[in-house]
Write a protein that binds this ligand. Structure first.
Ligand code: ZN
Length: 206
């Protein structure tokens, strides 16, 4: 084989591997083993959260909040709704833009074996934009967090606390996250965070 042919073959194999790696795994059914992540189980929550548009401050968002508190209670996460005020200043070239508003983050904890170790946080946001039910952004992320919680509950206690931070007002300018990380004492306990923001437009969720 000539060196040029070898190069093309290598590139073709690399491209094939890259395409394979970018494909999401097939969804597991609702009767998948307890310790497995089931997209079909998680889809039930997506259906409830994304029933209708539910922007921050709306009655529909309050319904989603109440549903999530129920779900997180059932998962043993002792959820707390944290009324807060998010405020951000964005420096634009011409003049700064100020964003602010009342938010209600939901925070739950799955206690680990070492309560003093830096905690792992799993984060997603439950509000949607005003003109979309937000199934992908970010009901999918919230439902994924709940399915992760279910799996962790089914096994032995994790090494460290896992804190579930379900924020509000993300679509209004990351207001819930801003409020939580600037003022909530719980935020200081977090050592590592996984933020599940909108399922990808294609390929694996980043
Ligand atoms: Zn989002």
């Amino acid at each position: 084989m000539s060196r040029l042919n070898a190069l093309f073959l290598t590139l073709a194999v690399a491209l094939g591997l890259a395409l394979l790696a970018g494909r999401p795994p097939a969804p597991r059914p609702a009767d998948a083993p307890t310790e497995a992540f089931s997209a079909i189980r998680a889809l039930v929550d997506v259906g409830v959260i994304a029933r209708s548009p539910h922007p921050v401050g709306s009655p529909e968002n309050a319904q989603v909040r109440d549903y999530l508190v129920l779900r997180m209670n059932a998962l043993g996460l002792s959820p707390e709704v944290r009324p807060d005020f998010g405020f951000r200043r964005i420096d634009r070239v011409s003049q700064p833009v100020f964003l602010g508003g009342a938010v209600e983050n939901i925070v739950g904890v799955l206690p680990g074996r070492d309560r003093s170790a830096p905690a792992l946080a799993i984060m997603a946001h439950y509000d949607s934009v005003p003109n979309s039910p937000g199934a992908a952004d970010d009901a999918a992320g919230v439902a994924t967090a709940l399915e992760i919680a279910r799996i962790l509950r089914a096994g032995p206690p994790p090494m460290r606390d896992v804190i579930f931070v379900i924020t509000d007002g993300e679509e209004a300018g990351l207001l819930g996250a801003q409020a939580f990380f600037s003022g909530d004492p719980m935020a200081r306990r977090i050592g590592f965070l996984v933020n599940m923001e909108a399922r990808g437009g294609g390929g694996l969720v980043q």
